[in-house]
Design a protein around this ligand. Structure first.
Ligand code: GAL
Length: 366
């Protein structure tokens, strides 16, 4: 009798499990959809990995899709996720403005939209924004160049991200906040941008003015474009703008290719170059003395914040925010995370001892 009961209850559980699985797979199976800009940049592959780690024990089902640098693909991805019944959509847009069309479709379906790392602009279809302090990223890069420059007349090479990314403006604005007074007092001489030179006496730049400089020194976030620009710039200048130079590079991918170009110029005796993202390849560059610094943005925190918000929404709670960002259409409630400067001095403590990376992923760490 006891045996029969056990058999019955085992059968019951098995049947219920099958029913549950089939209910899950017939519509409504994905609760949170995540769309990231491209797999071609390690930064976003990092985010994918960290999302997967964070979701290992989650009760909610999620799906991550990449847009491969295409706004059309991004919209298609959003449509795919809408059709899978998502309740929350997390998007790091490829192009801030173009992403509006996709998230508006989601909004029409009552889906909560979270802008991830990059702000989606000029639409009211964004509910929340999780981000790092991007002005602080630029300020940290600029300050590093200041702290490592000696005397006056130091040639300063400026590079920026893609103008389709709102962050590129914020990074440059932050850098300009600290660099401009040091250009005005003669510490630095702008080497590669006539637009920046024309504006060098202005402490605060308008979006249009920033756009003019970005138009000249953008890397499009593309290491090849960064390399081509750096080569063109070094070919155009005379020996007076070489020697010991300072380079504002917006992120790690572009920093490595710009650094390689400057390193191979016989008239450049020393260069200080910034970066951002703590990509593994750049951590090796920092250890090897080929890249001076990177701004470490702990993606684990961003993922935690985004998923925390998503779960709050799914549970019917209101996510906690700490401020807001004007996206050109509305003020988007935001949660912001701080950043950390990493160079040879603290690479071990910040990235290895903290468990972010494993020591054996690098060579030459002491
Ligand atoms: C920015 C992002 C950076 C960097 C860059 C290029 O929006 O905040 O971390 O990766 O895009 O993808």
């Amino acid at each position: 009798m006891k045996k029969g009961l056990r058999l019955f209850s085992m059968l019951f559980v098995a049947i219920m499990t099958v029913l549950l699985i089939s209910a899950c797979s017939s519509g409504g199976e994905v609760s949170v959809g995540i769309v990231l800009p491209t797999k071609d940049e390690p930064r976003w592959v990092q985010d994918e990995e960290r999302f997967k780690e964070a979701l290992e024990d989650s009760d909610y089902t999620t799906e991550i899709l990449f847009s491969q640098g295409s706004s059309a693909k991004e919209k298609e991805n959003i449509e795919t996720l809408i059709n899978k019944g998502i309740d929350v959509l997390i998007v790091a847009p490829h192009d801030a403005g173009a992403a509006g069309a996709g998230v508006e479709l989601a909004k029409e379906e009552g889906i909560t939209v979270i802008s991830y790392d990059r702000l989606i602009t000029d639409t009211d279809a964004v509910d929340y924004y999780v981000t790092f302090d991007s002005i602080a990223v630029g300020e940290a890069q600029g300050q590093y160049l200041i702290d490592n420059a000696e005397g006056t007349g130091n040639p300063l090479y400026l590079y920026a991200g893609a103008a389709s990314d709102n962050n590129a403006f914020l990074f440059f604005e932050g850098a300009w906040n600290v660099l401009q007074p040091k250009i005005a007092d003669g510490t630095f001489v702008i080497a590669n941008s006539s637009e920046a030179e024309a504006l060098q006496d202005k402490a605060e730049l308008t979006r249009d003015e920033l756009g003019k400089i970005l138009g000249q020194v953008t890397t499009e976030w593309d290491p090849n474009e960064a390399k081509n620009k750096a080569q063109t710039h070094l070919t155009a200048v005379g020996a007076d703008l070489k020697g010991d130079v300072s380079i504002l590079a917006p992120n790690d991918g572009t920093a490595r290719s710009i650094a390689d170009v400057f390193a191979s110029d016989g008239e450049v005796t020393n260069y200080v170059v910034t970066g951002q993202d703590a990509e593994k390849a750049s951590i090796q560059y920092v250890i090897d003395g080929k890249q001076s610094m990177t701004v470490f943005k702990d993606v684990r925190t961003l993922v935690e914040d985004a998923m925390g918000m998503a779960v709050d929404v799914l549970d019917g709670d209101t996510p906690e925010t700490t401020g807001s960002y004007d996206n050109g259409s509305i003020d988007v409630k935001a949660k912001q995370t701080d950043v950390i400067v990493v160079d040879q001095e603290n690479v071990q403590s910040e990235l290895i001892d903290s468990g972010y990376y494993e020591a054996d992923e690098f060579e030459g760490l002491d």
